[in-house]
Structure formats: structure tokens, C-alpha cells
Write a protein that binds this ligand. Structure first.
Ligand SMILES: [Mg+2]
Length: 144
């Protein structure tokens, strides 16, 4: 099975620790960041990341701002917003800004894993199409 590279950005350390433990056994490589700036730096250092699980509500930099920056610097990376009660509107705003989907906390692990896999598949499908287009362009150049 192909490994999924996941980055989780959340200010709740216990939430990250629990999820990391449970996801690392499911053919996923998991990176964790306790806030937006740290998460963005980790993403820059690991540009082959497939999916970002992103908390909406964080003190230093809000999830919406983090999402904007991710999409500007790494447009192919899929982002799933994590939201609690009272921040669903932010999650919807995130979808408008290009987030793949959102999940309500607490979220059953199987649902989370399934959503991460869907997001990863979307990213890889998208990348395959870009490579195909690039191949066509190169063949066209050779034929000319
Ligand atoms: Mg939070």
C-alpha cells in the first residue's frame, strides 16, 4: 500500500499526540506542528506532504490564514479543516478557499482516515493529470 504523508497542525498537544499514535500504524507518515508558523515551516521542509489536517481555531495564527498560505505556496497539497462547535462557518470559508473538506472534532478515527485517503487520492490524481499534460506538451515539442 502507498504511504500517505500527513501533516497535522493543531494547538492541542494531547489531540496531536493521540492522533499521531493512532495514525502512524495506518500506512501514514505523520508530522505534527503546534501552530501555523511551525506547520508552514514543516511543509516547506517536506513539500512531498500529501495532506494537511488543519485546526481552525489556533491562538497564534488562525486556520483560515494558515490555509491561505498553504494554498499559495503548495497548491497541490490537500487540506482538511478540523473544526469544533462554533467554528463551522470558518470551515465553510475554508472550503471556499480550496480546502478539500472539513471534519468536526471529536471525529471517529475511521472517518478521519477515510477522508485523509480520499484527499490523498485526489492529490495524486491531480498530479498524474499534470504529468500527463506535461508529457503531451513535450511530445508535441519533439514532433514539431
Ligand atoms: Mg485549536
Amino acid at each position: 500500500m502507498v504511504e500517505t504523508k500527513l501533516l497535522m497542525i493543531d494547538d492541542e498537544a494531547s489531540f496531536l499526540a493521540t492522533l499521531e499514535k493512532r495514525l502512524s500504524v495506518r500506512d501514514m507518515t505523520v508530522l505534527c506542528a503546534g501552530g501555523g508558523p511551525e506547520g508552514l515551516a514543516l511543509l516547506d521542509a517536506n513539500p512531498d506532504t500529501d495532506v494537511v489536517l488543519l485546526d481552525v481555531k489556533m491562538p497564534e495564527m488562525g486556520g483560515i490564514e494558515v490555509l491561505r498560505r498553504i494554498k499559495a505556496a503548495h497548491p497541490l497539497v490537500e487540506v482538511i479543516m478540523l473544526t469544533g462547535h462554533g467554528t463551522v462557518e470558518d470551515a465553510i470559508e475554508g472550503m471556499r478557499l480550496g480546502a478539500f473538506d472539513f471534519l468536526m472534532k471529536p471525529c471517529p478515527i475511521d472517518e478521519l482516515v477515510a477522508k485523509v485517503r480520499d484527499a490523498r487520492n485526489k492529490k495524486h490524481h491531480h498530479m498524474a493529470k499534470i504529468l500527463e499534460a506535461e508529457g503531451k506538451r513535450l511530445r508535441g515539442r519533439i514532433a514539431r
